[in-house]
Write a protein that binds this ligand. Structure first.
Ligand code: LLP
Length: 388
């Protein structure tokens, strides 16, 4: 929602830019923390969704941990103030250099994706004179029923250790002097809106957990990943994700032993709604079959529509919605046909210079931007908490 004050704040700023509502971010983080605390659940924020420093500072101030997928994300998290004992390092291809640096920083845990990676971490930890805490990322073969490009928990995906490889992992861990098994880790996909999928995950985790316990392993941590989706269609009506319902499912269906911790790695649900991409109409092209709005933002600023045909709500901030409704294909200036934010989008009649908001762009927006076509990158604009 954009008040008159916010629009004045946008003023004559050069577009395009990312706008972050830090008040909404705060309220979202508070809602998540409250819901997780009821059950003693631990949330690690997935930095990959948005590593903007202002966003990270807010997340850190709530006491969340950090889920990182590169050596640079690990360093960034610690630089912002996340305590190393709340930092986990995941990813299917960690380099030796990244592993060594994370060992030096004494992070909480490596989420390991193969037997070979266990061997590499064991060897590097031995050289560093350390014992590395690890969790096994296991592919649970649970369908997340989300876009196929963001599904990760099926055997056809490259992520995680398949269940038939578990005996080899257990055998290796039994003899590995520089590894300490903290727990097991799962992540089945992103933008999951059907919560019953998480019930299926719990049932699979319970089985796999039992398999380890029967073999004498104590699992201190059950990490069930992230993936909670948000409502891209109705960003104002549902501006805060259903954290209550989400955590409730895990509380109900996940078996926990006394002292066993449950960890989550949420990204999108924490930051998606607080961000919008603000752009201006450069040209209105009226064709025979279609009308086009050519914006000054493109797939270089927000690539989700081009990459996953993702829907983002588009609003003309300069016109009243009812002012002469018109359908437009809203496109960017990049020399690619997929550089399109939405087809047949119903907007008020729009003109050159109008301000356009592309909503729910706080997750996987700014972080996935690129310099393709040698595009400029601009500083974001923030609505501070005290400004409302
Ligand atoms: N944990 C792991 C191991 C992950 O791979 C991911 C996301 C997360 C946690 C956080 O998931 P979230 O809560 O944000 O769903 N670029 C895509 C999304 C890629 C998600 C990658 N993994 C998009 O724009 O939709």
């Amino acid at each position: 929602m954009f008040s008159k004050e916010i629009l004045t704040g946008f003023g004559a700023r050069k577009t395009p830019f990312y706008y972050y509502d830090l008040e909404l971010l705060h309220n979202t983080l508070a809602a998540c923390k409250r819901a997780a605390d009821q059950y003693g659940f631990h949330v690690h924020y997935a930095l990959k969704a948005n590593f903007n420093a202002e966003v990270l500072k807010s997340v850190q101030s709530f006491g969340f941990g950090a889920d990182c997928v590169s050596g640079n994300e690990v360093k960034k998290a610690i630089e912002i103030g996340f305590p190393p004992e709340k930092v986990v390092f995941a990813g299917v291809g960690k380099s030796d250099e990244e592993i060594i640096s994370a060992l030096e920083l004494d992070i909480f845990c490596f989420n390991v994706e193969s037997v070979q990676e266990l061997q590499v971490i064991n060897d590097l930890a031995a050289k560093a004179g350390k014992k590395a805490r690890v969790a096994l990322r296991i592919n649970p073969n649970v369908d997340a029923y989300t876009h196929h490009n963001i599904t990760t928990g099926l055997e056809e995906n490259k992520f995680g250790i398949n269940q038939w490889e578990l005996p080899a992992c257990a055998e290796y861990l039994n003899g590995a002097e520089n590894l300490w098994l903290e727990g097991i880790h799962f992540h089945i996909g992103s933008q999951i809106t059907n919560l019953t999928v998480f019930k299926s995950l719990c049932i699979r985790v319970n089985e796999i957990k039992l398999w380890f316990e029967e073999r004498g392993f104590t699992l201190r941590v059950l990490n069930v990943g992230g993936g909670l989706g948000v409502d891209y269609m109705h960003p104002d009506e549902n501006s805060i994700a259903n954290f209550e319902g989400y955590f409730e499912i895990f509380n109900q269906f996940l078996d926990r032993k006394p002292g066993q911790e449950v960890h989550f790695e949420l990204g999108r649900a924490l930051v998606a709604h607080c961000g919008s991409l603000i752009s201006r109409v450069l040209y209105v092209k009226n064709g025979i079959k279609k009308h086009f709005l050519v914006l000054d933002a493109g797939m270089t600023e927000l690539m989700r529509p081009a990459l996953y045909q993702a829907y983002h709500k588009i609003e003309n901030l300069s016109r009243e919605p009812e002012a002469g409704a018109q359908k437009y294909d809203v496109v960017g200036p990049i020399c690619e046909s997929t550089d399109c934010f939405g087809k047949e989008v119903e907007l008020g009649e729009s003109f050159r210079g109008d301000l356009i908001a592309i909503r729910t762009a706080g997750a996987y927006g700014e972080v996935m931007s690129s310099r393709y076509n040698l595009r400029e990158q601009s500083e974001p604009f923030y609505l501070e908490r005290t400004q409302r």
